[in-house]
Design a protein around this ligand. Structure first.
Ligand code: SF4
Ligand code: SF4
Length: 280
């Protein structure tokens, strides 16, 4: 049996939260669900009206806060995300899929029809777009939380700020700065390990370099990411062109700053992205 929020007298006066899923693996929603210690207190401060991963309750809009996981990959998604925007005062996108198109955006460089023919016995029944795009390519978004998955503590912090009406402040510096802060010796300089830390958004605490591996950019581009300079440095260090392309082509491949093609990966050209909405 389902109920709307108006059926719940306890919820009156609290902000209403809805959590929506688009094309995604559910990992970012699970990040929120895995906050076992914090969720009971959070649930007392906010009315979790619609969160199908957690509850069969189907509350109706309008909502104060909408968390959106996943990218836009079907015509139905395009309609649904506009409906979410109309009904939500604040829209927060969570994770690499929602903020940059996710790993599924690799389709943007492939033959979409060929994929359909290879995967589905009856491709004529499949209704899907040729590209996977970020939510912000379709609607105005208030806050973007990056990462694959999103950092649960950053998510909780933003939710608390929104519940209390505080200004949400999201840092946008690079993973490199976090390495310096935690005293990690640069893996690129000291060991020659290719690392996207100089152009990758903070949020993980510089996890990978702390374990002697290069950052592969799962938190997407940082503010003013100078990908052209990094590509030249990687080329000078001997990383072949194909590997330079592959390094950027993962969870955030379609983020404008990471959206490089083979031509842009050449060290003499470099890239600072092609701009949102212009798939290369
Ligand atoms: S960003 Fe990563 S963890 Fe989150 S839904 Fe997408 S693939 Fe899953
Ligand atoms: S160091 Fe880079 S790849 Fe590793 S978790 Fe952080 S952002 Fe992701």
């Amino acid at each position: 049996m389902t109920s709307s929020v108006s059926d719940d007298p306890v919820a009156v006066g609290r902000k209403k939260l809805a959590v929506f899923k688009f094309a995604s693996c559910d990992g970012c929603q699970l990040s929120l669900l895995s906050c076992e210690d914090e969720l009971p207190a959070l649930a007392e401060q906010i009315d979790i009206s619609f969160f199908l991963e957690a509850s069969s309750r189907i509350g109706t809009g309008p909502w104060d806060i909408a968390l959106v996981e996943g990218s836009i990959t079907t015509p139905e998604d395009e309609q649904r995300i506009r409906s979410v925007r109309r009904q939500a005062a604040t829209v927060v996108t969570i994770g690499a899929c929602a903020t940059a198109g996710g790993i599924q955006s690799l389709r943007n460089w492939a033959d979409h029809d060929e994929f359909l023919r290879c995967v589905y016995a009856r491709p004529e029944f499949i209704s899907t777009l040729a590209s996977s795009t970020a939510v912000a390519d379709h609607i105005p978004v208030d806050y973007e939380l990056r990462g694959c998955p999103v950092d649960r503590y950053q998510l909780l912090s933003v939710l608390r700020d929104l519940i209390r009406g505080r200004t949400v402040r999201l840092p946008r510096h690079s993973v490199c700065l976090d390495c310096k802060r935690r005293g990690t010796v640069c893996v690129e300089v000291a060991q020659g390990i290719p690392c996207l830390g100089p152009v990758t958004h903070t949020g993980c605490g510089a996890l990978c370099p702390a374990f002697n591996r290069g950052c592969y950019g799962c938190f997407g581009p940082s503010a003013q990411a100078n990908t052209g300079s990094l590509i030249r440095t990687l080329a000078e260090g001997g990383l072949p062109e194909a590997r330079r392309v592959a390094l950027f082509r993962s969870f955030n491949a379609a983020a404008p700053e990471f959206r490089i093609d083979e031509r842009a990966a050449r060290s003499d050209i470099g890239s600072s992205g092609t701009g949102r909405g212009e798939l290369s």
